[in-house]
Design a protein around this ligand. Structure first.
Ligand code: HEC
Ligand code: HEC
Ligand code: HEC
Ligand code: HEC
Ligand code: HEC
Ligand code: HEC
Ligand code: HEC
Ligand code: HEC
Ligand code: HEC
Ligand code: HEC
Length: 295
């Protein structure tokens, strides 16, 4: 009897230690030393309920005594999504904010830890992902793959940029730009910034003259974040139609409802010279020398 060989204190709580699992689950054991969760065995400092196999699967005495079974151990194959979430958050609530993950679109759609992570069969070296990140996300978000194949795009398929540069799959706090609307699990970067600024730092400012559209509405007011048919990831093929979405003189009825100025009376929009707005308003993201972003 295996049980008889164990220290009484451990037995009391029904914990038998990971070595015992080895004999019947050799495939899992043999790969486990590479798993970040192996650290709890290696350190020898964790209490039994936080060590090795039983840290996730719970006390194994009953299971070992019965020489197997699913009801006598925490078998993830039998858990509801909420049960999986709870089991993992027992230890991971610190890095993963409970608040954000409970409200995230993934959790609400019952997509939980084990849909994306594979504890025992991860093919990638980092983060125990069930698949390479882009493949993982595309598996459920096929429509997004097409967006990253458009002529103007972030090179996600080529590996230059990844989904998690902009999104937090564990859920994100509400954005402070775009009036906090439609957060889409877009990760808030340091100091409540749009994640775009981590890489496009030259657009950060602060500028002496800010274009309200950039900071208040956010980059997405003019750009499509994934990909676009139009150059520079722009939402519209012709730049001036983009500007006129807001600069249409509907006083008090701009997108922000705060009266976006009409283009100057001097601008004859029938004149093709005036249609190339950014030909003159060069510093469209903000300027330190021109309130009209002319230089
Ligand atoms: C004496 C052999 C034996 C030992 C020792 C043993 N297991 Fe098992 N275990 C089995 C068998 C057989 C099954 C398959 C049960 C089934 O499919 O009904 C099983 C199933 C499981 C499952 C359920 C998998 C699922 O389908 O979700 C888990 C989890 C598990 N074992 C973990 C452990 C852990 C952790 C230990 C060490 C504490 C351990 N086992 C020790 C024989 C053993
Ligand atoms: C970090 C949590 C965690 C730890 C630690 C862990 N497991 Fe698992 N185990 C899981 C999850 C989750 C599953 C469900 C399948 C999956 O998503 O990989 C699972 C599945 C299993 C299964 C059955 C299905 C399969 O994938 O073969 C067995 C058997 C098992 N674990 C045994 C063990 C043993 C033995 C250890 C220690 C060497 C261990 N587990 C450590 C989380 C864990
Ligand atoms: C929709 C997919 C998805 C779900 C659901 C998910 N993760 Fe993740 N997780 C990822 C990806 C992708 C990464 C890698 C992030 C990166 O590359 O920066 C990651 C990273 C991690 C990391 C390491 C880095 C960090 O952020 O601390 C931990 C720990 C983690 N996840 C645990 C969990 C736990 C626990 C759950 C469930 C409560 C969970 N994950 C749910 C996709 C997911
Ligand atoms: C008993 C506590 C405990 C439980 C339960 C637990 N983990 Fe962990 N997890 C850890 C520790 C400790 C680490 C290692 C952190 C480190 O490397 O310092 C870790 C690491 C990870 C990592 C890898 C992070 C990286 O940097 O590569 C992922 C992903 C992860 N856990 C996911 C899960 C998932 C999914 C579950 C639920 C099935 C789970 N964990 C359950 C304690 C736990
Ligand atoms: C450059 C930053 C960035 C990258 C990289 C990125 N996204 Fe997004 N994504 C966003 C932003 C910003 C939104 C919000 C768009 C909106 O609401 O108009 C968004 C929206 C979404 C949506 C919501 C549906 C929609 O179209 O409104 C999904 C799903 C999505 N992204 C998945 C992904 C996946 C999967 C990847 C990786 C293959 C990815 N994203 C890479 C920035 C990014
Ligand atoms: C197992 C399937 C699955 C995987 C894997 C998955 N997602 Fe999702 N995702 C969903 C579902 C279901 C929803 C909610 C319904 C919807 O909006 O499409 C969702 C929603 C989203 C949203 C929209 C949030 C919103 O507020 O509308 C984003 C962004 C997103 N996922 C990004 C990702 C990223 C990035 C990855 C890879 C790390 C990923 N997803 C992996 C299934 C998945
Ligand atoms: C991880 C870094 C990273 C993040 C985050 C990021 N970008 Fe980019 N972005 C790039 C790189 C690299 C390129 C260059 C594209 C190429 O040629 O591969 C680029 C290109 C662009 C371009 C097109 C430039 C051109 O010359 O065609 C625009 C517009 C853009 N990004 C806007 C955004 C917006 C808006 C966001 C946030 C939703 C964002 N970026 C987030 C790295 C990033
Ligand atoms: C008011 C509309 C508008 C907003 C808001 C906006 N952009 Fe742009 N952006 C443009 C236009 C128009 C161009 C093309 C300029 C040209 O071709 O002369 C452009 C070009 C770019 C380029 C490529 C050329 C360059 O200047 O580097 C990048 C990168 C870029 N934008 C990033 C961003 C980021 C990041 C944000 C949010 C912080 C943002 N944009 C917000 C209108 C906007
Ligand atoms: C999302 C709405 C929006 C879009 C799109 C937009 N703007 Fe603006 N723009 C504003 C707001 C709001 C102000 C501040 C207006 C004010 O204070 O009356 C502003 C200010 C300006 C100013 C400074 C003049 C002034 O009245 O302070 C210029 C020049 C300007 N925008 C040019 C452009 C050009 C060129 C484009 C197209 C590339 C564009 N804008 C696109 C919202 C927008
Ligand atoms: C040929 C250069 C040129 C082009 C092209 C141009 N602008 Fe201007 N814009 C200016 C100059 C110079 C001023 C300041 C003097 C004036 O009001 O004419 C100005 C002023 C403005 C103002 C501020 C008006 C005010 O009352 O303070 C806005 C808003 C504006 N432009 C938007 C646009 C938009 C939108 C486009 C594209 C449809 C555009 N501009 C095209 C040169 C140009």
């Amino acid at each position: 009897m295996v049980i008889a060989l164990l220290a009484p204190a451990v037995l009391l709580a029904g914990y038998v230690g990971s070595q015992v699992c080895r004999s019947c689950h050799p495939d899992i054991w043999l790969n486990f030393f590479r798993n970040p969760h192996f650290k709890s065995i290696a350190s020898g400092k964790e209490p039994p309920e936080r060590t090795g196999c039983e840290g996730c699967h719970g006390p194994g005495a009953g299971h070992v005594e019965a020489r197997g079974g699913k009801q006598n151990i925490r078998a993830f194959s039998l858990l509801e999504p909420q049960g999986v979430l709870r089991a993992c958050l027992d230890c991971h609530a610190r890095e993963i904010s409970r608040a954000a993950i409970r409200r995230s679109a993934h959790t609400l759609a019952e997509i939980v830890c084990t849909n994306c992570h594979s504890i025992h069969r991860s093919p990638v070296p980092q983060f125990l992902l069930a698949r390479r990140q882009t493949d993982l996300c595309y598996e459920c978000h096929a429509e997004v793959r097409a967006q990253f194949s458009l002529p103007s795009k972030h090179r996600v398929n080529e590996g230059t940029v990844k989904c998690t540069d902009c999104h937090n799959p564990h859920g994100a706090q509400a954005a402070t730009w775009r009036m906090g609307l439609r957060p889409r699990m877009v990760e808030v970067a340091q100091a409540n910034e749009q994640p775009c600024l981590r890489c496009h730092a030259d657009k950060r400012g602060p500028f002496a003259f800010e274009h309200a559209a950039v900071r208040v509405d956010g980059c997405e007011a003019c750009h499509l974040p994934h990909g676009s048919m139009n150059a520079r990831l722009l939402r519209r093929p012709v730049v001036f139609t983009l500007c006129l979405e807001c600069h249409n003189g509907a006083d008090g009825f701009g997108r922000q409802g705060d009266g976006v100025r009409l283009t100057s009376a001097s601008h004859n929009l029938a004149d093709s010279r005036y249609q190339n707005c950014t030909g003159c308003h060069l510093r469209i993201h903000g300027s330190n020398s021109s309130p009209l972003f002319l230089r």
